[in-house]
Design a protein around this ligand. Structure first.
Ligand code: AMP
Length: 432
């Protein structure tokens, strides 16, 4: 529950207007030296906005969740109010440098047009003479969406000349694609060399500010809940969190790697044998820092990885040899609920079990409910956790759900995001 940020919704499309987005005094360490769209004069200018419209599609090409589109509406609406010519650029899926018709941004243009109640023209490509002609004929208040950036291999290669071709389309460049900011791609790094005026959008501001409130300047106790499968992906995050949090709660498949590292039988459970020493490193770090580390005390185990498997609940010492642990058990749900009970800030990434199968979803959904109903500022990041929260219908009770999985994890590790570094570099160069 958003005790400290009471007016915030999940994507905060409305909340952020009142709070962070329009509050020009809000600054955090992460966005130091960053210029935002409302610091710039964009009236009548061609404003290229890098957005992340990488939305999930079903087999028929229908958008199944438009959160990412809605999340950048504040920036687009601001640019519309200011009378800018708005050029939107995004990738969709993994076309691997080829034109893949099923990954065209056609459905996105339609959905955006419906959300804005305004025509959104889809350009046939994202660079080239035809696109330049369309852009040069735009009038203030017009919106053009460029076709999928990743139809060109140069995008992911951060190719300079591709960045220059994109830059040609703009007087002002705005990056509002937090979910892609951890990648050094042409549309968020190279392009910044070729546009004189650059800045960030309101979604970026919101992501950085919430992150900063949770980890740089948290109201304590600060509790991190980390789940999911692979410890190897998140070991940097876990070690870095040991420096910051008061309690660290570990669930999901990665907990099993911890139990194996501690010498327990884990049956046929998912385990990264090559990461056992990493699990020990996290345990050592937690001990050194004297933070409370919570691991599951019981599991739902299954005789096979299947929704129709035979299941039972066992303690962590009793996982049978040929069974696998696929969810946290009821005693763990209670333990983890107690661990977060007095938290004032909670940060959560990764499900507690194989929540995609009903039989192993209870731990994750119980955690969603406990986090949603806590009195803490709650920040959720990472694709799967986001899906679980939406599926449970609890998204309105979370203070903030990050739109970026990888970028969120990179920030948790203390890494710089190339998309943001590029904006800051450009601003520093312009100032010198
Ligand atoms: P990650 O991408 O590392 O956050 O992992 C997310 C995935 O972890 C989800 O698809 C879950 O199904 C999976 N997962 C969570 N708990 C377990 C578990 N105990 N065994 C196997 N997979 C799991």
């Amino acid at each position: 529950m958003g005790l400290f940020l009471q007016d915030e919704g999940p994507c905060g499309v409305h909340g952020i207007q009142r709070d962070i987005v329009r509050d020009r005094t809000w600054r955090c360490t992460l966005d130091k030296d960053l210029t935002y769209i409302d610091d710039l004069d964009i009236a009548k200018k061609r404003v290229l906005i890098r957005v992340d419209f990488n939305v999930p599609l079903d087999e028929k090409g229908n958008i199944t969740d438009d959160t990412r589109i809605r999340s950048v509406l504040p920036t687009i609406n601001y640019a519309l109010d200011e009378g800018a010519k708005i050029i939107l650029a995004s990738h969709l899926g993994r076309p691997e440098g080829k034109r893949v018709p099923s990954l065209s941004l056609v459905p996105v243009a339609k959905r955006l047009s419906r959300l804005l109640e305004k025509e959104v023209k889809l350009a046939p490509d994202c660079i080239g003479p035809e696109v330049e002609k369309i852009v040069n004929e735009m009038k203030p208040g017009d919106i053009v969406l460029l076709e999928n950036l990743r139809f060109h291999p140069e995008e992911e290669q951060n190719d300079d000349s591709f960045g220059e071709k994109l830059g040609r389309l703009a007087d002002v460049y705005i990056n509002d694609a937090f979910a892609t900011a951890h990648r050094a791609h042409a549309s968020n790094v190279a392009v910044t060399k070729y546009v004189d005026t650059v800045g960030a959008g309101f979604l970026m501001k919101k992501e950085l500010t919430y992150f900063s409130r949770a980890l740089e300047n948290p109201v304590r106790p600060l509790v991190a809940i980390i789940g999911g499968k692979k410890i190897s992906d998140k070991v940097g995050v876990l070690v870095s969190l040991c420096e910051k949090v008061d309690k660290l709660v570990i669930g999901g498949g990665m907990a099993l790697t911890f139990f194996k590292a501690l010498g327990y039988e884990i049956g046929t459970s998912f385990c990264e044998d090559q990461a056992l020493d990493k699990a020990n490193e996290v345990i050592k770090k937690a001990r050194e820092r004297k933070i409370k580390l919570f691991l599951p005390v019981d599991f739902v185990v299954a005789d096979k990885f299947s929704p129709s498997a035979e299941t039972k609940v066992v303690t962590y010492q009793e996982i049978p040899k040929d069974w696998m642990a696929l969810d946290i058990g009821p005693a763990t749900v209670t333990l983890f609920a107690e661990a977060i009970q007095n938290a004032k800030t909670i940060i959560w990434n990764g499900p507690m079990g194989v929540f995609e199968m009903d039989a192993f979803s209870r731990g994750t959904f119980a955690m969603v409910s406990n986090v949603a109903n806590s009195y803490a500022m709650t920040i959720v990041g990472g694709g799967d956790t986001d899906v679980a929260v939406h599926r449970a219908g609890e998204y309105a009770k979370m203070s903030y759900i990050s739109t970026g999985g990888g970028a969120f994890l990179d920030l948790l590790q203390g890494n710089d995001l190339p998309g943001i570094v590029a904006l800051k570099k450009k601003a520093a160069k312009a100032a010198s």
